[in-house]
Ligand binder design. Structure first.
Ligand SMILES: *Cc1c(COP(=O)(O)O)cnc(C)c1O
Length: 362
């Protein structure tokens, strides 16, 4: 630590990553990666890559990928900016729209990176508690407005609970907010299509809505670092033309992202598999006393009942010693819970076996 840091950087805490074990045996259900591999088209592009393709700078605005994504979402390419994963999209939203000292709004609990990025920007973080169903209550926008927030982030479907807010509810919140609303759709691909959820058109209806997407979860490319922001051109243009790094998305990411996104059939199949495993896993865990709210994501937030011999933290440690990683958050509403990523059938069966062993007395 030196005196050269800005005061807000000196005072802040960095982000805590979920553990990333280097061995292949650990069953990794702690950071919500897609358990299935990306499209075979991604492997094909990887195999065809030549070093000489990296001699020149990449397409500065990722034109091909933006056109493909725009077509799929039925919006215009200038309503999209491609980013170095979702995390860069969040940082760009803060640096573009939030003055140092201005308000940044978020739901509590929520993605633990938000307050870290807000602290870097030296913004005032204003947290509004979610209701008992993990949804914003009727006072949400009023409270955010009272704290004068320039930008508010809502994860939908919500992390870490998995619950989904309807487009109508999002529209109402956006209409009431004085500042911008960034809807973080990191897990949107896992929503049951029967719900017919689609919030993308809000960027055409509202002048204050941004939507974040990532290739990390839905497209099985967390190791690549690729994402995008959608919004009205008036909000996308300053990011595209001013605040992002001049070549923020490299050539390889543009090629691989294109291949993965173009193969919607493959990606959709992985989402469908995750949904099937999600409903099976949540039912089995409930039988073991580990209940979770209905999840539209690729994870479950299970409560560990007080009468169990192991509390949530103890269960986390016991699973870890058996080679299964899940996520434990030591914060007021989460300390009696575990967030468990839905794995493959084989991984989920092992999880179930160990939990049965740990929780069922014989
Ligand atoms: C995973 C995630 C993101 C984006 O992650 P990247 O890997 O940086 O794209 C954004 N928000 C939430 C809530 C997430 O869980």
């Amino acid at each position: 630590m030196t005196d050269y840091e800005r005061a807000n950087i000196r005072a802040m805490q960095g982000y805590s990553w979920g553990e990333q074990p280097s061995d292949e045996q650990t069953i990794k259900l702690n950071t919500n990666e897609n358990p299935y591999p990306p499209s075979p088209a991604v492997d094909k592009v990887l195999q065809g890559l030549k070093g000489n393709a990296l001699r020149r700078y990449p397409d500065p605005t990722a034109t091909g990928l933006r056109k493909l994504i725009a077509q799929t979402h039925d919006i215009q390419p200038d309503q999209i900016v491609i980013t170095h994963a979702g995390d860069e999209a969040l940082r760009l939203a803060l640096t573009t729209f939030v003055d140092p000292g201005a308000g940044f709004g978020m739901a509590e609990p929520s993605y633990s990176l938000y307050p870290v990025l807000a602290a870097i920007q030296d913004a005032r973080v204003h947290r509004v508690e979610l209701d008992e169903h993990w949804l914003p209550d009727e006072q949400f926008a009023t409270r955010i407005n009272a704290a004068d927030c320039a930008l508010t982030c809502l994860v939908n479907p919500h992390a870490p609970s998995g619950t989904l807010l309807s487009t109508a509810q999002l529209r109402a919140i956006a209409a009431e907010l004085n500042g911008l609303l960034l809807i973080d759709e990191a897990y949107i691909d896992f929503v049951d299509p029967a719900r017919e959820h689609n919030a993308v058109q809000l960027i055409n209806e509202c002048d204050n809505v941004l939507i974040l997407r990532t290739f990390s979860k839905g497209y099985s490319l967390a190791g690549l670092r690729l994402g995008y922001l959608m919004g009205p051109t008036g909000l996308i243009a300053p990011i595209m033309n001013k605040t992002r790094d001049s070549y923020n998305v490299d050539h390889i990411s543009q090629q691989l992202g294109y291949a993965a996104f173009a193969d919607q059939a493959h990606a959709s199949k992985t989402w469908e598999n995750v949904r099937m495993e999600r409903s099976r896993l949540s039912a089995v865990l409930a039988q073991l006393g580990l209940h979770s709210p209905p999840s539209e994501t690729n994870f479950l937030l299970v409560s560990v009942p007080a009468e169990h011999p192991l509390d949530a933290s103890g269960l986390y440690t016991a699973l870890k010693s058996r080679g299964i990683l899940v996520r434990y958050f030591d914060s007021p509403r989460l300390r009696d819970k575990l967030r468990i990523t839905v794995g493959t059938e084989v991984e989920n069966n092992q999880l179930i076996e160990h939990l049965t062993d740990l929780l069922v007395e014989d």
